[in-house]
Write a protein that binds this ligand. Sequence first.
Ligand SMILES: Cc1cc2nc3c(=O)[nH]c(=O)nc-3n(C[C@H](O)[C@H](O)[C@H](O)COP(=O)(O)OP(=O)(O)OC[C@H]3O[C@@H](n4cnc5c(N)ncnc54)[C@H](O)[C@@H]3O)c2cc1C
Length: 384
Amino acid sequence: MTELNLLMVGAGLSGAVIGRMMAEAGHKVTILDERDHVAGNCHTERDAETGVLVHIYGPHIFHTDDAEVWEYVNRFETFLPYNHRVKTTSQGQVFSLPINLHTINQYYGKTMRPDEARAHIAEIADTSIETPQTFEEQALRFVGPDLYEAFLKGYTMKQWGVSPTDLPASILKRLPVRFNYDDHYFFHQFKGMPQDGYTAMVERILDHPGIDLRLGQRFSREMAERFDHVFYSGPLDGYFDYALGRLGYRTLDFEKFTEIGDYQGCAVMNYGDPDVPYTRITEHKHFAPWEDHEGTVCYREYSRACGADDIPYYPIRLMGEMEMLGRYVEHANQEGGVTFVGRLGTYRYLDMDVTIREALDTGRAFLKHAADGTQMPAFSKPPL
Ligand SMILES: Cc1cc2nc3c(=O)[nH]c(=O)nc-3n(C[C@H](O)[C@H](O)[C@H](O)COP(=O)(O)OP(=O)(O)OC[C@H]3O[C@@H](n4cnc5c(N)ncnc54)[C@H](O)[C@@H]3O)c2cc1C
């Protein structure tokens, strides 16, 4: 095997997992990240004042049905049991999410059994909408106007900055209601929280003699010439210096505050009312129930349009963005020597387990191309 000189742009999960696979295959790997830490948006850090492990870029819960991915993360970190549950404060009361039988009974002040609740919702749902096109139509069709107003409308407007009448129906699941008391947020077979945090896990993934990690360094396209191949997990439009315009993202602002004791009794409390400017409050100590801290760290989370100097969080992927994305994909396909990976490189929302799955598949595809002497394509998972 010829030793290749490879560059990973980004030390998030995408860059780390591909980089590790390449180093284990005997290649020379350089990993660059413009930030001063690894783990990308999953980065966790201990708060100096309270000792609480904080999810710096917003709450991250690991959940998957992918046995290989679960085995992979457990190779580098101990995952402890954690069941995610979310509450919402709406119209002066606290309710259980996702909308379930408890939410419905509390909202209507009733004690309905599953079939009664199903019949009640069927009665108030707008069944004249046969094929919902927008988020609002989807909600009215499946939950009716009351639950839509209380739990979905205000939150969605704050999160996306547009009216639910302008969002596609696909954003809301087909049946966004549970007619039982199951309030687990995720149904996956494997779920948990990394005992020492995601950053410790990524540091261990990167701990290999074949990996040269350089933090605080920004990638520029001239660097690519010095390498046999580049795996790029930065923003796709950023790679081309935004020549065709900026792909739309939402960004988040976190207002941090500390308290003594337990501030809200749960990890995540949503705020659905439109007159509350933030979407949710995250109390980080609840992500590590095995730890004991006197103080507590909370983030009030605000969502807004992403400007040029902001961190891109959620890709918007409405019609205009998709057209621009198509043009960037054409450019990328002509580039050669670069593979675009991860949530920013492919302009998609990806959960961590999907990111790892795609990174493993991309790494394997590259090694096969290298062995066959064929060209690795620009995308192993096309963004469109
Ligand atoms: C608010 C929020 C909550 C989330 N919650 C969950 C959750 O609960 N569960 C879950 O499974 N997933 C969650 N995710 C998804 C998770 O964050 C992603 O799956 C994961 O971060 C993707 O990893 P990545 O390596 O592709 O990208 P990133 O983590 O974004 O890493 C990319 C890295 O590239 C670096 N970079 C970019 N451009 C350059 C450049 N030009 N030069 C050098 N470095 C560069 C960046 O600094 C960054 O470190 C959440 C995402 C968000 C936004």
